[in-house]
Write a protein that binds this ligand. Structure first.
Ligand SMILES: Nc1ncnc2c1ncn2[C@@H]1O[C@H](COP(=O)(O)OP(=O)(O)OP(=O)(O)O)[C@@H](O)[C@H]1O
Length: 977
């Protein structure tokens, strides 16, 4: 027998191990309803691979096929069914003579196990083994009452499945399905590959450009590094020597400055000493003045006494005789002459003195006038500067006159949080840099800095709410520094008129450093517009360049400048105020100096004028006295002449006491005057000396100031050079990982100027390249490799797809041929079998669409004897079952099926038809093995062996071999029930 044995344990109602042996062609399984007959059929289907719980008439999960227990029996944990086949006829494609297939399921783990000949295997191995043997879950070998009753009513397309099974095309169908799946998968893979290829191609084009750029960059950089090491070494050497020179010059200048400072304080001390001396002289002059007044008083008294004496003498002479008169007259003439010449000598002397002082006074007058003129001029300038400052200060009091929004925020800053201030106030431009910085900042000059975005939002809400205009806010949290690249910095520092990067030309609180560098880190300051254009060009117009005047060369090359360039912003105003203040300070010094000069000159002029006036008065007095003395002398001489006495002018002395006293007094006055004069001269000289020294002090101060600015310049230069040096050393370190000593030892003997030019050129070229992706060549290679690999894979897939298509074609052809052959064979058998079953009539199968054999549905045209009805739907249930059974028998004729299990297929037939059916079964003896589940005695009669299935109250099916009469008894009993 093909199926030799079934072993069941724990499967559905077969709780205990049950073995069913098959020894004959037709084995009947009988028993009352619900005893578990169909469970045998289910068990066979289960082992052959059934996966549908519904088809197995079980619960919701596969575990429901395990014996679930009854009132009297506990459930079991495992179901196991084994089918043992005889494979001597090689129904199965296996070298074994006997095939044992086992399926087992554990309740606890819901784990299924499969075995072929006790060897664990996969479910697929079992389905593959039984495929196209006629067995299998959807096969012809297991036919139920349901199959039979639904056959006639089935759609032609669903009916087709039975014929396919008979034709043995399932394996091709399955293979075709697999091939189609493969084809779909291949197509999907191809689509995916194509997507990837498209994506890779999209990446390849720019990457190839980037790779070329990177290669160019690397070439340039290699050349650059070769030259630049030498250039840097040279530069560092030169910077070191310049720094040394600057340090030396600074040291010398500072020494000179210190010595000048010392000499200045000495000069100040000397001036102080001279002033003290002048004061002492003034004191002495005053004392002499007192003495002079006293002497003059005494002289006046003497003159008075002399006049009285002379009157007395005149009277005595008029009373005396001629001889006496002559004698006395002679004495008087001598005295008068003495006095006259004495006064004349004094007068002449005084006159000369007066002339000298008048000249000096005139000199001083013109000096004073000149000083006054200079003072007025300087004072005018000073006042103008003060006025200008006043105007600027008024402007500074209204810094945001035209920026309503900024004004509103700054007025309300106390009630708002996180407002730091306006850029123009937070950044302070260095001296003379305000215009450049103002231009560099552009519109940002009025930006309001906030600590974060939230504060900016709050401020904007405030502006909206109060309708107070607009303002731009710069939250500090979003400000990231922005600097020019190393290349750009190097190129810029070599440009004519390079001042610095704008960020280095402002002061600010360190916390605004990022803000400053964000706004000014990549703006270049160049002295004038022409150089700015040149610099912008060298930097490939990638950098904004501004000039000291505030002209701008924007990135891209557009230019801004003209009469509105001196935009008055708080920054420029503040810088102008500072610049004016320094001018004011300088001018004030000048004005004060000129004022002091003027004061000194005026004092001296006053002194000199006093002296002149005094001398003039003295002259006038003396002139009168001289005239009187001359008159007196002439009168006495004439009188003496009348007396006939010759005038003797040789006598140079007189004996009169008063005259002598007077002469002495005059000599004393002269001496005092001369002393005074000499003291005045001394004082005058000291004054000149002070003036000279003050000039000298001014000169020294000027020298010191220029020295100071020279020192300042040198210090700036030194800082600059030191920065350059640091930069050069850093570049050596970061770009070439070298110390100066290394670089020096590697320095090549090249023309440094040419090398510098080359470095600059290379830097410019590198700069022109912009952002370079150094990984691009590698990335390009990788992606190219992937692209090529994918392309070859695509070609392979395309080939595979073609091969699958060819295989599908071949399978289709085979299926068409096999299906058609089988269809024809079945059709050929059907009519005869139909006639046997119905006792006449005719039946024929037809294809719904003969042009599409692969998919066509199958129709049945039948005509039972004596009936005209052709529509199969119109037949009775029994007729429909008999038609189906006829087709089934036709199939069994056309194709040998080693095992057929009929589960109550004849249930709907009447007694006569059951007998016809049962008898017809015998036609297949020796050809197929039948297991027939039945209630019908007619069928039982044809069975070689009968098994009875019983179920006691413990709900467990039991199996025993029964005799026909017992079996019929069963059915009788059942019929009675
Ligand atoms: N997992 C299970 N555990 C215990 N008993 C089960 C289980 N599954 C099904 N049964 C029992 O199997 C019986 C049904 O068996 P089956 O359908 O084979 O009967 P039958 O003999 O073919 O009946 P009929 O003649 O009416 O077609 C029922 O009594 C059912 O309770």
């Amino acid at each position: 027998m093909f199926l030799k044995r079934i072993e069941l344990q724990g499967f559905k109602s077969f709780a205990d191990k049950t073995i069913i042996q098959f020894e004959n062609d037709i084995t009947g399984i009988v028993g009352p309803n619900g005893c578990g007959k169909s469970n045998v059929n289910d068990a066979i289907r289960w082992v052959l691979g059934e996966q549908s719980v519904k088809s197995l008439r079980s619960g919701s999960s596969m575990a429901d096929i395990i014996f679930s227990g009854s009132e009297y029996r506990k459930p079991v944990n495992m179901a196991k069914v084994t089918l043992v086949f005889d494979n001597s006829t090689k129904v199965f494609d296996s070298p074994f003579e006997e095939i044992e297939i086992t399926r087992q399921l554990q309740r606890s783990t819901n784990e299924a196990s499969y075995f072929i000949n006790k060897t664990p295997c996969r479910l697929k191995d079992i389905t593959d083994l039984v495929m196209d043997t006629g067995l299998g879950r959807d096969s012809l070998s297991i036919i139920t009452q349901g199959n039979i009753s639904s056959f006639a009513d089935a759609k032609p397309e669903d009916r087709r499945l039975l014929f396919e099974e008979a034709a043995g095309v399932s394996k091709y169908k399955k293979r075709k399905k697999i091939s189609l799946n493969k084809l779909n998968q291949t197509k999907e893979n191809l689509d995916r590959l194509q997507d990837i290829l498209d994506e890779l191609e999209r990446q390849l084009t720019p990457l190839s450009r980037q790779a070329k750029k990177a290669e160019k960059f690397l070439k340039l950089r290699e050349e650059l590094s070769k030259i630049e090491i030498s250039v840097l070494a040279e530069e560092i050497e030169s910077l070191n020597s310049q720094i040394e020179k600057l340090q030396k010059s600074l040291f010398e200048n500072k020494t000179i400055y210190t010595s000048k400072e010392a000499s200045l304080s000495k000069q100040d001390l000397d001036i102080m000493d001279l002033r003290k001396e002048m004061y002492a002289l003034d004191k002495q002059i005053n004392e002499l003045q007192g003495e002079y007044t006293k002497a003059m008083e005494e002289s006046y008294q003497l003159e008075k006494r002399k006049v009285e004496l002379d009157e007395k003498r005149k009277y005595a002479m008029s009373m005396a005789d001629n001889a006496k008169r002559k004698e006395q007259l002679k004495t008087l003439v001598d005295e008068a002459r003495f006095e006259y010449f004495d006064r004349k000598a004094r007068f002449d002397k005084q006159k000369a003195e007066l002339e000298l002082h008048t000249k000096s006074m005139n000199d001083l007058k013109s000096k004073t006038q000149r000083a006054e003129y200079e003072f007025r001029q300087s004072n005018d300038v000073y006042q103008q500067l003060l006025n200008q400052k006043q105007i600027l200060e008024n402007l500074a009091k209204q810094p945001f006159q035209h920026q309503a929004g900024v004004r509103a925020i700054m007025s309300a800053r106390r009630s708002l949080s996180g407002i730091e201030g306006v850029i123009s106030e937070l950044l302070k431009a260095h001296n003379n840099m305000a215009n450049a910085i103002n231009a560099a900042l552009g519109g940002s000059v009025y930006n309001i800095v906030t600590i974060d975005e939230r504060s900016a939002r709050e401020a904007i809400r405030f502006l909206k709410k109060n309708r107070s205009g607009r303002a731009t806010f710069l939250p500090m949290t979003v400000c990231k520094p922005r600097f020019a690249s190393n290349n750009q910095q190097l190129i810029a520092s070599n440009c004519n008129g390079f001042i610095d990067w704008a960020c280095n030309l402002v002061d600010c609180d360190e916390k605004y450093g990022d803000l400053r560098d964000r706004l000014l880190g990549n703006v270049l300051v160049i002295d004038a517009l022409e150089n700015a254009n040149e610099a912008a060009k060298m930097l490939n117009y990638q950098i904004k360049v501004v000039t000291l005047d505030g002209d701008i060369v924007h990135t891209g090359g557009s230019m801004t400048g003209g009469i509105t360039k001196n935009q008055t912003t708080p920054m420029t105003i503040r810088s102008q105020i500072e610049s004016i203040q320094s001018q004011i300070d300088g001018q004030k010094l000048k004005v004060d100096t000129l004022k002091e000069e003027m004061r000194v000159l005026n004092t001296r002029l006053d002194d000199e004028t006093d002296t002149c006036v005094h001398l003039q008065i003295e002259q006038a007095k003396l002139e009168n006295i001289l005239a009187t003395k001359k008159q007196k002398y002439d009168d006495y001489a004439a009188e003496l002449n009348q007396l006939g006495v010759e005038l003797d002018e040789s006598k140079e002395f007189v004996e009169d006491e008063i005259v002598v006293l007077m002469s002495k007094m005059h000599a004393r006055i002269d001496e005092i005057t001369s002393n005074m004069q000499s003291l005045r001269q001394k004082r005058f000289n000291k004054g000149n000396q002070v003036e000279e020294m003050e000039n000298q002090v001014r000169l020294t101060r000027r020298e010191m100031s220029s020295l100071q600015s020279e020192i300042h310049q040198d210090e700036l230069k030194l800082t600059q050079q030191q920065t350059y040096l640091e930069n050069a050393l850093m570049r050596l370190n970061t770009d070439y990982q070298m110390t100066y000593e290394n670089a020096k030892s590697q320095k090549e003997d090249i023309d440094i100027e040419q090398a510098k030019e080359r470095v600059l050129f290379l830097r410019q070229e590198i700069n022109k390249l912009g952002n370079v992706n150094l990984d691009a060549p590698k990335e390009y290679e990788e992606i190219k490799e992937r692209f090529d690999f994918m392309t070859s894979q695509k070609e392979d897939l395309e080939k595979a797809s073609e091969q699958i298509l060819a295989a599908i074609d071949e399978m289709d052809q085979t299926m068409i041929t096999q299906f058609k052959d089988m269809f024809d064979k079945i059709n050929a058998e059907l009519d005869g079998i139909f006639k046997s079953m119905f006792g006449g009539g005719k039946a024929k199968l037809s294809m719904v669409d003969p042009d599409d054999i692969l998919n066509t549905g199958i129709d049945i045209d039948v005509q039972p004897p004596g009936k005209l009805v052709k529509n199969i739907q119109a037949f009775s249930g029994g007729e429909k079952a008999l038609i189906a059974i006829s087709v089934l028998f036709a199939i069994l004729k056309a194709r040998t099926i080693p095992l057929c299990i009929f589960d109550e297929v004849e249930a709907a037939l009447d007694q006569a038809n059951v007998e016809r059916f049962a008898k017809y079964l015998s036609h297949y003896r020796g050809q197929s093995q039948f297991i027939v589940v039945t209630h019908r005695p007619g069928t039982m009669e044809q069975c070689d062996t009968l098994y009875g299935v019983t179920m006691q109250k413990d709900g467990v099916s039991k199996l025993l071999r029964v005799q026909l009469k017992d079996a019929i008894h069963y059915t009788d009993k059942e019929a009675e029930q």
